[in-house]
Write a protein that binds this ligand. Structure first.
Ligand code: SF4
Length: 455
């Protein structure tokens, strides 16, 4: 069996499953956030009753992160709905924006868009927060009401996004009916050259197979090249499995996975036992390819979809209005550090927005010194508009007052994951997806630029 089949077999109480089987799967963690949480709660109450209790109050993780730092009162109200539900149900893991469990959330725009406006529990973007807070474990099943839930496949788990109806059912029963996906195999060999990043690997793959090339399939990443990729690299790759239509993306378990998961579960006091899945000698793949990482170059997925892949070095005739670093794909600590290595000591020439994915990343950037300056200060001095309000921000547009949102038909190069028309705001804006280093180099020149020019 493939890695995905092994997890689904175990989670459904079978010794073996095959692609195409429909199985009832026991869920280990259900994650929801401020956009889909209220809808999921509504489905749960409608179907199970107003006084029903969730299946397991310790297996539901609620992370407000999307439409948080906005004056939009309906968005603020969504966070309050989550808080009320958490209180009513006694849900253990709720990463609230405010500290007062009886309070109401209101964003105060008079404090400006840069200063942090969250309490001590807030965790930021769900897919980055889940591993940091010790909720991702090898061999488990994670269901989330967000398409990029597949990010957690980096940790050797089956992780996939569902709609509110399925999530409402999971909330009440802890189970979900799933068809076992076929697996596409991506064997990684070699190592990336300087200036080439994990984002380039996944842009290459999506460019090869298309935005529907993996529809309802598992993308399995293994081989000797995986060892050269950090956990954050693997998260970037698994995160964008959905951009090829994938049901999930999944990596092999290794010492890096173990070190990360053991540290995070211990740090947060979450469940620390788990059982990884390993490759069988014989596996059935619907597609099988080998990628030599050393052959890849910096890439850009041009407007209007993530498979519109071109070499960065061939696009320097495209002038840009804006650069953006952030999101569950490209707002991790390693993303900001690689971005800063290019930016350090220079000035950006276009509007450049920086949104760390989590408060922990904000703290790390503000406490990591390169010489006599923090990385945060280096970025600010270079002209990057860094906000402490970690979250999804303009990755998916959001209300008009969202930090970094494109409210005009601008051209933006971004470390995010999706560039369909209107994704980051204005319907006539254009988004070019690239690695943090390519975004940094482009911010310095005002046009799409291969970061190797700055190495
Ligand atoms: S950062 Fe973007 S892609 Fe990630 S969860 Fe938020 S909106 Fe979705």
């Amino acid at each position: 069996m493939t890695l995905t089949e092994k997890i689904m077999a175990r989670a459904s109480g079978r010794t073996k499953v095959s692609a195409g089987d429909n199985v009832w799967v026991n869920v280990d963690i259900l994650m929801t956030h401020d956009v889909c949480g209220p809808g999921t709660i509504g489905v749960f109450k409608r179907e199970f009753g107003q006084n029903a209790k969730v299946w397991d109050r310790e297996k539901i993780v609620i992370t407000p992160d999307h439409y948080i730092f906005t004056n939009d009162s309906k968005c603020n109200r969504n966070v309050d709905i989550l808080r009320e539900f958490v209180k009513e149900q006694g849900i253990k893991y709720f990463y609230d924006v405010i500290d007062d469990p009886s309070g109401k959330w209101t964003f105060d725009s008079s404090k400006g868009e840069y200063r942090r406006q969250y309490g001590s529990h807030y965790a930021g973007v769900c897919h980055s927060a889940l591993p940091q807070k010790g909720h991702t474990r090898p061999g488990e099943v994670l269901i989330g009401t967000d398409s990029h839930t597949c990010t957690a496949g980096a940790f050797n788990q089956f992780a996939t996004g569902v709609g509110n109806t399925d999530a409402g059912f999971v909330m009440g029963t802890g189970k979900i009916l799933l068809k076992v996906p076929e697996t596409m195999h991506f064997k990684l060999e070699g190592a990336l050259n300087p200036g080439v990043m994990a984002k380039d690997i996944i842009l290459h793959i999506i460019g090869e197979i298309g935005v529907d090339g993996a529809t309802y399939r598992a993308l399995q990443f293994d081989g000797p090249g995986v060892g050269s990729l950090s956990i954050e690299d693997r998260m970037t790759i698994a995160n964008m499995a959905i951009e090829a239509g994938g049901k999930n993306g999944i990596f092999e378990f290794d010492a890096q996975t173990k070190a990360y998961v053991d540290y995070r579960t211990k740090l947060n006091g979450t469940k620390s036992t788990y059982e990884p899945v390993e490759r069988d000698k014989r596996q059935k793949f619907v597609f099988d390819t080998t990628i030599d990482l050393s052959k890849l170059e910096p890439l850009v997925a041009c407007h209007p979809n993530p498979s519109n892949r071109k070499l960065a070095k061939e696009l320097n005739n495209i002038k840009l209005d804006r650069a953006y670093i952030g999101s569950c794909t490209g707002g991790k600590i390693t993303d900001f550090l690689d971005f800063a290595r290019i930016i350090q000591g220079k000035k950006v020439v276009i509007d450049t927005f920086g949104v760390p994915a989590t408060p922990e990343i904000v703290s790390e950037l503000q406490s990591t010194y390169w010489g006599d300056k923090t990385v945060w200060q280096i970025l600010v001095d270079a002209g990057v508009r860094m906000t402490e309000n970690a979250g999804c921000a303009a990755c998916l547009g959001g209300p008009v007052d969202t930090f970094g949102r494109m409210n005009a038909p601008l051209k933006c190069i971004s470390t995010t994951n999706r560039n369909f028309p209107g994704r980051m705001g204005h319907k006539d804006s254009q988004v070019f997806l690239a690695s943090p280093m390519t975004v940094a180099a482009s911010a310095l020149t005002g046009k799409i630029t291969d970061p190797r020019e700055f190495l």
